[in-house]
Write a protein that binds this ligand. Structure first.
Ligand SMILES: CCCCCCCCCCCCCCCCC/C=C/C(=O)SCCNC(=O)CCNC(=O)[C@H](O)C(C)(C)COP(=O)(O)OP(=O)(O)OC[C@H]1O[C@@H](n2cnc3c(N)ncnc32)[C@H](O)[C@@H]1OP(=O)(O)O
Ligand code: FAD
Length: 667
C-alpha cells in the first residue's frame, strides 16, 4: 500500500514493528498464493466503479438499501464467476476469500443464506441424483435459495416446528401447509424478496404416521416473473438491530404441492407408495447447522480482525490528555488501560482462527467417517461445535463492543463501522442455535462423559482430561502456559462434577430427571463454558506454538506473545475458578498480573503491524477511523458532509415547526 499521505503516527508505528508484516499476512491467508489470489479478487471487486456508493448506504431508506445491496451483490456474483469456476463443494475450505462481500455492502448480503446454508444443505442432504439436478443450478445462481427452518412460534426447539408436509400417494406429491400463525416460517435470510427456492424444514406425515422434521426443496416464486406461486404467502419481517440488508422473510403455505422427489433423500426416504425409510441417524437432518456452527468461527475471527484494525489504528492516531504536565498529549494507545481493551481482542481473532481451523479439520474427518457409515464421533463433534459457536460468538460481541468503547465518541458513529460490525456479531449469539440452548447441548455430552468417568471408561479425546482431574480436589498450580491449561481443565472437571452432583441432589423421589436438569442448568452452562475455555486455551496454545515454528523467529515471538496474552488474560478473568479448583495462591495471581502487563508492553510496539497483518483493504474495513492512512479527522468530516441534512443550510422543518413554536412562545 502507498505510504504517501499516511499520518505521521502510523508511519512511526510501522517503523517500530519488529517483524515482517507480509509474513504474517501470508500465514493468515495460508500461503503466498492464497494472499495473491485473495488480493486479486479484492482488487477487481473494490475498484469496480459500480460498487462505489454515492450516498452511504445508511442514509438510504430501508427499501433503497435492500435494492442497492441486491444490485451490488449481483455485480459481485458476476465478477466472482471468473474466480470461482473451479470452486466445488469438494474443494471448499474456509478462507479469507469470502470477506469480499463486506467490500460490497457494509451490512449483510441478501445472498448469504444461498451460499452459507442452501448450497451446503443441497450438497449434504440430497441423494446423488438430486445433487446432480440441483447443485449446479444453485452454484451458478440459476436458482437462488435460502434455509427456512425457524418459525414464528419455534426456533430452538426444532421438534416443535409446525409446518406440515403430508404425502399424497395418489399424485406422488407432498402437500405443504402452515396450520397456524405460529407455524409461519420467520427469519430466513433472503427469503423475503430475493430467493425463488428454499429448503423448508417441515413435519413429515405419510400413511397417517408422523415421522418428525425433514428437509424439502421448494420453489416459492416463478422463475421468470418472480411472482410468489399460488399457495405461497411470502414477505419481509421488518427492520432489526442489524442485518438490515439480509432480507429476512416470512413464509406460509396453503395446500402447496411439491413432487415426492423434492424431499431431500440422502438420509431418509419416502417411497412412491408412501413407505417411510428411516435414516441411519435422525440427527443427520441437523447436519447443515453443524457445518455453519463450525464456519461461524472464521466469520467471528474476521469480524474481530476488522474491529481490531479500526480500534488499534485509531488509538495510535488519537491523542488525548497529558500523562505528565508540560508533555505532549499521549497517543491513547499508550495508556495501559487502552492496551488492556485492545490487545485481548487482537489476540482473540488469532485464537478463533486457529481453533476454527482445528475444528474444521475435525469436522472434515468426522463427516468423512459418517459418509462411511461410522457415526461414533458425531456426538463429540456436535458438543464441540455447540460450545465453541456459543462461547466464541458471545466473546466476539463483547470484544467488538470493547473496541467500540475504546474509540470513545467517534466509535459511536456509524461511519466508524463499529456499530454495524457490532450488529453483525451480536446476531451470531442467537442465530444458528441460541447461546444457552447450545451450551446445554454440550452439557448433555459432559454429563454423559462424567458417567463414563464414574464407570472408569475411556473417554473421547476432547473430554479425556475429565478422568485425569476427577479425583483430586485442588490441582497443583504452576505459573506456566502448561500450568494454565491444566488449571482450566481442572476448573472444567470440577464444574462438571458439581453440575452432575447438583442434578443428583435435585433428583429427590418424585422428581423427574428433566426437572432436576432444569434446576441445575445454571451450573450446567457454567460447566460447558469452563470446558470450552479449556479447549480454546489448549488448542490455541498448541496451534500457535506449532505455527510459530514455521515462521521467522521475530514473527514467531509475536505469535507466542499473543497466545500467552490470551491465556493470561483468561486466567486473571477466571481467577475465582482457579482459586477453587487449583492450588493457585494470591502470590501466583500477582505474578500472572505482572506477566500480563509485561505482555501488553511487549505487544505495544507491534500493535499496528499486527493489525496491518490482517491485511484488510479500506473498502472492506469501511471505517472513517481505521483506514490505512490514519486520516481520521479528515474522513470523519468528509463523511459528515455526505449527510443529506447538510445539503441545505436551513431545513424546511424550521419554517414548518420550529418558527411557529418560537412565535407562539413570544405571545
Ligand atoms: C462451494 C460453495 C459452498 C459455499 C459454502 C460456504 C460459505 C460460507 C459462508 C458461511 C456464512 C455463514 C452463514 C451463516 C448464516 C446464518 C443465518 C442464520 C441461520 C439460522 O439460524 S438457521 C436456524 C438454526 N436453528 C438452530 O440452530 C436451532 C437450534 N436448535 C437445535 O439445534 C436443536 O433443536 C437442539 C440441539 C436444541 C435439540 O434438538 P432436539 O430437541 O430435536 O433434539 P433431541 O432432543 O431430539 O435430541 C437430542 C439428541 O440429539 C443430539 N443432537 C442434537 N442436535 C444434533 C446435531 N446437530 N448433530 C448431532 N447430534 C445432535 C443431542 O446431543 C442429543 O443427543 P443425546 O445423545 O440424546 O444427548
Ligand atoms: C439475524 C438472524 C438471522 C436468522 N436467520 C435465519 C435463517 O436464515 N433461517 C432460519 O431458519 N432461522 C434464522 N434465524 C432464526 C434463529 O435460528 C433463531 O432465532 C434461533 O435459533 C433462536 O431461536 P428462537 O428465536 O426461537 O429463540 P427462543 O428459543 O425462543 O429463545 C428465547 C429464550 O429462551 C431460552 N430457551 C429456549 N429454549 C430453551 C431451553 N431448552 N433451555 C433453556 N433456555 C431455553 C433461550 O436461551 C433464550 O434466552 C435467524 C435469527 C437471527 C437473529
Amino acid at each position: 500500500m502507498a505510504e504517501h499521505n499516511v499520518c505521521v503516527e502510523l508511519v512511526r508505528e510501522r517503523q517500530k514493528c519488529t517483524f515482517e508484516v507480509q509474513e504474517l499476512i501470508h500465514l493468515i491467508d495460508g500461503g503466498i498464493t492464497a494472499t495473491e489470489e485473495r488480493r486479486e479478487v479484492e482488487n477487481v471487486v473494490c475498484t469496480d466503479p459500480r460498487i462505489k456508493d454515492v450516498v452511504p448506504e445508511e442514509y438510504l431508506s430501508h427499501k433503497e438499501r435492500y435494492e442497492n445491496a441486491i444490485r451490488k451483490n449481483c455485480i459481485l456474483q458476476e465478477i466472482l464467476k471468473k474466480y470461482t469456476e473451479k470452486r466445488t463443494w469438494d474443494n471448499f475450505r474456509p478462507s479469507n476469500k469470502y470477506r469480499i462481500s463486506s467490500g460490497v455492502v457494509k451490512d449483510i448480503s441478501p445472498f448469504m443464506l444461498h451460499t452459507g446454508m442452501f448450497i451446503p444443505t443441497l450438497v449434504n442432504q440430497s441423494d446423488d441424483e438430486q445433487k446432480a439436478k440441483w447443485v449446479p443450478k444453485a452454484m451458478s445462481m440459476e436458482i437462488i435459495g435460502t434455509y427456512a427452518q425457524t418459525e414464528l412460534g419455534h426456533g430452538s426447539f426444532i421438534r416443535g416446528l409446525e409446518t406440515t408436509a403430508t404425502y399424497d400417494p395418489n399424485t406422488e406429491e407432498f402437500v405443504l401447509n402452515t396450520p397456524n400463525l405460529t407455524s409461519y416460517k420467520w427469519w430466513p435470510g433472503g427469503l423475503a424478496h430475493t430467493a425463488n427456492h428454499c429448503i423448508v424444514v417441515a413435519q413429515l406425515y405419510s400413511k397417517g404416521q408422523h415421522y418428525g422434521v425433514h428437509p424439502f426443496f421448494v420453489q416459492i416464486r416463478d422463475i421468470e416473473t418472480h411472482v410468489p406461486l399460488p399457495g405461497i404467502k411470502v414477505g419481509e419481517i421488518g427492520p432489526k438491530l442489524g442485518f438490515q440488508t439480509a432480507n429476512n422473510g416470512f413464509l406460509g403455505f396453503e395446500n402447496f404441492r411439491i413432487p415426492r422427489r423434492n424431499m431431500l433423500m440422502k438420509n431418509a426416504q419416502v417411497l412412491k407408495d408412501g413407505t417411510y425409510i428411516k435414516s441411519k441417524n435422525d440427527k443427520l437432518t441437523y447436519g447443515t447447522m453443524v457445518f455453519v456452527r463450525v464456519i461461524i468461527l472464521f466469520d467471528l475471527a474476521f469480524e474481530l480482525s476488522r474491529a481490531a484494525t479500526i480500534a488499534v489504528r485509531y488509538s495510535a492516531v488519537r491523542h488525548q490528555s497529558q500523562l505528565k504536565a508540560n508533555e505532549p498529549e499521549l497517543q491513547i494507545i499508550d495508556y495501559v488501560t487502552q492496551q488492556h481493551k485492545l490487545f485481548i481482542g487482537v489476540s482473540t481473532s488469532h485464537v478463533f482462527r486457529v481453533v476454527g481451523l482445528w475444528l474444521w479439520n475435525t469436522y472434515v474427518k468426522v463427516n468423512a467417517d459418517i459418509g462411511k457409515g461410522n457415526m461414533d464421533q458425531l456426538p463429540e463433534l456436535h458438543a464441540l461445535a455447540c460450545c465453541l459457536k456459543a462461547v466464541c460468538s458471545r466473546d466476539a460481541a463483547a470484544r467488538v463492543e470493547e473496541f467500540r468503547l475504546a474509540c470513545g465518541g467517534h466509535g459511536f458513529m456509524t461511519s466508524s463501522n463499529l456499530p454495524i460490525i457490532n450488529g453483525i456479531v451480536s446476531a451470531s449469539i442467537t442465530y444458528e442455535g441460541e447461546f444457552s440452548v447450545l451450551m446445554l447441548q454440550t452439557a448433555r455430552f459432559l454429563m454423559k462423559a462424567w458417567n463414563g468417568v464414574l464407570a472408569r471408561k475411556t473417554l473421547t479425546p476432547t473430554v479425556s482430561y475429565l478422568s485425569k482431574f476427577s479425583n483430586s480436589d485442588r490441582v497443583q498450580w504452576a505459573n506456566t502456559t502448561a500450568g494454565i491449561i491444566s488449571g482450566f481443565q481442572a476448573a472444567a472437571a470440577g464444574k462438571t462434577k458439581e453440575a452432575y452432583a447438583a442434578i443428583q441432589s435435585y433428583l429427590k423421589p418424585g422428581t423427574d430427571y428433566e426437572d432436576a436438569w432444569n434446576s441445575a442448568s445454571v451450573q450446567l452452562v457454567s460447566a460447558s463454558e469452563a470446558h470450552c475455555r479449556a479447549i480454546l486455551c489448549e488448542i490455541s496454545w498448541s496451534e500457535m506454538q506449532r505455527l510459530s515454528k514455521t515462521v521467522s523467529p521475530n514473527l514467531g515471538k509475536v505469535l507466542l506473545e499473543l497466545a500467552e496474552l490470551y491465556l493470561t488474560y483468561w486466567s486473571l478473568e477466571k481467577r475465582g475458578d482457579l482459586l477453587m479448583y487449583t492450588t493457585i495462591s494470591t502470590a501466583d495471581i500477582a505474578k500472572l498480573q505482572a506477566r500480563y502487563e509485561e505482555l501488553l508492553a511487549l505487544i505495544r510496539p507491534n500493535a499496528v503491524g499486527i493489525v496491518d497483518g490482517f491485511d484488510i483493504r479500506d473498502e472492506i474495513l469501511n471505517s472513517t477511523l481505521g483506514a490505512y492512512d490514519g486520516r481520521v479527522y479528515e474522513r470523519l468530516m468528509e463523511e459528515a458532509k455526505k449527510s443529506p441534512l447538510n445539503a441545505e443550510p436551513v431545513n424546511e422543518s424550521f419554517h414548518k415547526y420550529i418558527k411557529p413554536l418560537m412565535l407562539k412562545a413570544k405571545l
